[in-house]
Design a protein around this ligand. Structure first.
Ligand code: PGA
Length: 257
């Protein structure tokens, strides 16, 4: 069975609650969600209002981060059960901005993946090489390490339902996209690594997105690649019109699969 394309809009630290609500209304009013999965990733304060606004629609909500303990004296942190309560079904884990600015490591990513799965949240696990790593020819080595580590100690059934996002760090927010061929090569490699960790069936099932300067203009050629099962979209997810155009591209690709 063909994997369903999953288009996620990572708003990062953008949009107040009223802005998030206005966006969501516009999205619901203008997009056709048939055949694809659409996920919005608002900042924490807007999670519940957005979850309310999409209730009864196929749109799902993701947090951009979580902490691995369920509760406790961890000032400033938010747990998986809290995110479930706030209406989340997904959570982005290990985004390169969290790795770069907030000390996230392969080990903390693994703890967060386990916490998410323990509470029925689907992790969107971000991996990807930095520019210096790409230039040193280390892309495959880096993503292999990140994938192996993220899923360490995670059972196959849970892991196969997760989403992996391949996001080359040099392509995030830079307007510089990986070519469809390069992105396909890495996504296919990631699927192979995942197959080695689990089984060919798990590798066939796991969805692997591409992220990094995805736009309405380049979405179709990226999403048409056989091992690219969707996009994690930053900048182009902030305006409903461009996000809808990317959803449309995914729908066309899905129909052709
Ligand atoms: P971008 O961000 O689309 O603005 O490059 C992608 C991401 O960080 O997930």
């Amino acid at each position: 069975m063909a994997r369903t394309q999953i288009i996620a809009g990572n708003w990062k630290m953008f949009k107040t609650i009223p802005e998030a609500q206005a966006f969501t209304q516009e999205l619901i009013g203008s997009a056709d969600f048939s055949g694809v999965e659409v996920v919005l990733c608002p900042p924490f304060p807007a999670l519940w209002p957005v979850a309310q606004a999409v209730s009864g629609t196929p749109v799902r909500v993701a947090a951009q981060n979580l902490f691995w303990e369920d509760q406790g004296a961890y000032t400033g942190e938010v747990s998986a059960p809290m995110l479930r309560e706030a209406g989340c079904r997904y959570v982005v884990i290990g985004h390169s901005e969290r790795r770069q600015y907030f000390g996230e490591t392969d080990e903390t990513v693994n703890r967060k993946v386990k916490a998410a799965l323990r509470h029925g949240l689907t992790p969107i696990v971000c991996v990807g090489e930095r520019l210096a790593e790409r230039e040193a020819g280390e892309t495959f080595k880096v993503v292999e390490r990140q994938v192996n580590s993220a899923f360490e100690g995670v059972e196959e059934a849970a892991a196969a339902g997760a989403v992996i996002a391949y996001e080359p760090v040099w392509a995030i927010g830079t307007g510089r996209t990986a070519s469809p061929e390069d992105a396909q090569a890495v996504n296919s490699f990631i699927r192979g690594v995942f197959g080695g960790l689990y089984s060919p069936a798990a590798a066939e099932r796991v969805r692997i997105q591409y992220g990094g300067s995805v736009t309405p203009e380049n979405a179709a050629s990226l999403l048409a690649q056989p091992d690219i099962d969707g996009a994690l979209v930053g900048g182009a997810s902030l305006k409903a019109a461009s996000f809808v155009a990317i959803i449309d591209a995914a729908r066309r690709v899905q129909t052709a699969r």
